[in-house]
Design a protein around this ligand. Structure first.
Ligand SMILES: Cc1cc2nc3c(=O)[nH]c(=O)nc-3n(C[C@H](O)[C@H](O)[C@H](O)COP(=O)(O)OP(=O)(O)OC[C@H]3O[C@@H](n4cnc5c(N)ncnc54)[C@H](O)[C@@H]3O)c2cc1C
Length: 212
């Protein structure tokens, strides 16, 4: 809702943005003058907060929509729930530019939002620090989409680790999936030490495992 109040805008609803918004909410609830003069608006490019410490769970589950949806609901927390009964307004927008002279944000739909104060909490991007091969031979794990990619294109983090450990001991892993019913995982291991590969700790093998 548009008001004449000055705006404190928080860009990004990650850990930093949400903490800032809830701190401000606390201060506002104790101070009527602040409430009269300012409004708090948090802007995020998604309507939910992504709880990053748990996104490995998506990457680690065996493929299957049911499990993915179940895990998704515990990792993405709706901003509507977080800011319910607070003085914080939230908006789902993709910020494309910040004009510090005009003091306004520009969104991808060409809308703008002016601010008196801006809290920048847009997070970071994955960096490869110019390490040769790092980008080509790795999967980043930072966003929800990254985790789904790792789960569907890779073999899932847990399965990936199992596959590599078994392979290093000369065994193999097999998966038998029946849609709508589930998957059966089995592995073989050699009984005779002669069948264990000599170079069983090689970096190349480990990296190759990523492209299962
Ligand atoms: C897999 C993983 C596990 C982690 N585990 C832990 C842990 O156990 N403990 C711990 O302390 N830290 C952990 N971290 C680190 C932690 O997630 C970060 O330090 C923290 O999220 C940084 O907070 P932030 O607010 O700066 O950025 P973020 O939390 O990344 O928030 C940035 C927000 O800005 C939004 N945004 C970005 N660009 C735009 C745009 N253009 N327009 C609109 N919105 C935008 C993003 O969608 C996001 O919601 C983990 C990180 C990862 C990737």
């Amino acid at each position: 809702m548009e008001t004449t109040k000055k705006k404190i805008v928080i860009a990004g609803a990650g850990f930093g943005g949400i903490t800032a918004a809830l701190f401000l909410n606390k201060a506002f609830s104790r101070n009527p003058k602040l409430r009269r003069e300012y409004q708090i608006i948090i802007v995020n490019n998604h309507h939910s907060h992504l709880y990053t410490p748990a996104i490995y769970e998506i990457a680690a589950i065996p493929q299957g929509r049911h499990a993915l949806d179940y895990v998704k609901s515990s990792i993405t927390i709706p901003l509507a729930d977080i800011f319910h009964r607070t003085l914080v307004e939230w908006r789902e927008r993709q910020i494309v530019a910040i004009d510090r002279i005009k003091k306004e944000l520009r969104f991808d739909n060409d809308e703008t939002l002016g601010y008196e104060y801006l809290v920048l909490a847009l997070g970071a991007e994955t960096s490869y620090f110019n390490i040769p091969g790092a980008k080509e031979h790795s999967y980043p794990l930072k966003t929800f989409a990254d985790a789904v990619k790792l789960q569907t294109e890779g073999s899932g983090l847990g399965l990936f680790l199992v596959r590599n450990i078994i392979a290093r001991h000369g065994g193999s892993v097999a998966v038998d999936t029946e849609e709508g019913k589930g998957s059966t995982f089995s592995f073989t291991l050699p009984l005779n030490e002669d069948h264990v590969p000599e170079n069983n700790g090689g970096q190349e093998e480990f990296i190759e495992g990523l492209s299962v």
